[in-house]
Design a protein around this ligand. Structure first.
Ligand code: DX5
Ligand code: ZN
Length: 217
């Protein structure tokens, strides 16, 4: 099936020294960095936007930047995220006025296209767009904050999608760590975002390796 990839979520890092934190998890085996952009409107929290990503890119020139756009106007930031160094632009289906147009807009920049679903959004809502995106992100917490409890009841969405699309990248995000990753892997997720489980550890490399073992087995 698809390649197993582990993406630490920088939201859980010490953001006052984000570049050092990023380098630490890259050295620890991260396949990509998950960057949570929040606008205080689509979700009740604010993080960062293109300027921060652009600076981080200078410190980490080679790692894949997965930009999770928890914003109300996903159309507005596509070019800026591309210019800042984004490699994947994941919009929320709930925020997209014209998903087909947005997907084309992202593709035109050369970025990979991700489509994210809040926990309350049925997987059926994603089906019209699945073939035209690279990644479907099934949220396993309500977006907005790190450190929340993994929602195991999202796994049927992952399994349903995996059965329909054996080759699609399916990403999960929220509450993932060594204790919960097995359920996600069994359901068919192959891209694992992990924030607090990685950054709250004394040895992030060990957690990244443990996550990878679970998904690859
Ligand atoms: C939540 C974010 C997640 C978050 C995950 O809105 O999308 O990426 O950082 O953090 P953990 O792994 O701590 O749940
Ligand atoms: Zn995220």
């Amino acid at each position: 099936c698809c390649k197993c990839l582990i993406g630490p979520s920088m939201l859980a890092s010490d953001l006052s020294c984000m570049a050092d934190e990023a380098k630490k998890v890259i050295a620890g085996g991260a396949d990509y960095l998950h960057l949570d952009v929040m606008d205080g409107h689509f979700v009740p929290n604010i993080t960062w936007g293109p300027p921060v990503i652009k600076h981080l890119r200078k410190h980490c020139p080679d790692i894949f930047f997965d930009c999770h756009m928890m914003v109300s106007n996903p159309e507005q930031w596509v070019q800026e995220i591309k210019d800042a160094g984004g490699d994947q632009y994941t919009f929320h289906l709930e925020a997209a006025r014209d998903p087909a147009g947005l997907i084309e807009q992202i593709k035109a920049t050369g970025m990979r296209v991700g489509m994210a679903l809040r926990p309350g959004t049925p997987i059926e809502d994603a089906l019209p767009w699945v073939d035209s995106v690279d990644v479907v992100l099934v949220m396993t917490v309500e977006p907005g904050f790190g450190g929340q409890k993994f929602m195991a009841d999202m796994m049927p969405k992952v399994a349903y999608l995996r059965a329909k699309c054996p080759e699609k990248d399916i990403e999960v995000d929220g509450g993932l760590g060594p204790a919960t990753v097995d359920a996600a892997a069994r359901a068919g997720a192959n891209m694992i975002v992990a924030g607090s489980s990685v950054f709250n550890s004394e040895v992030p490399a060990k957690v990244i390796a443990a996550l990878r073992r679970s998904v690859e087995k």
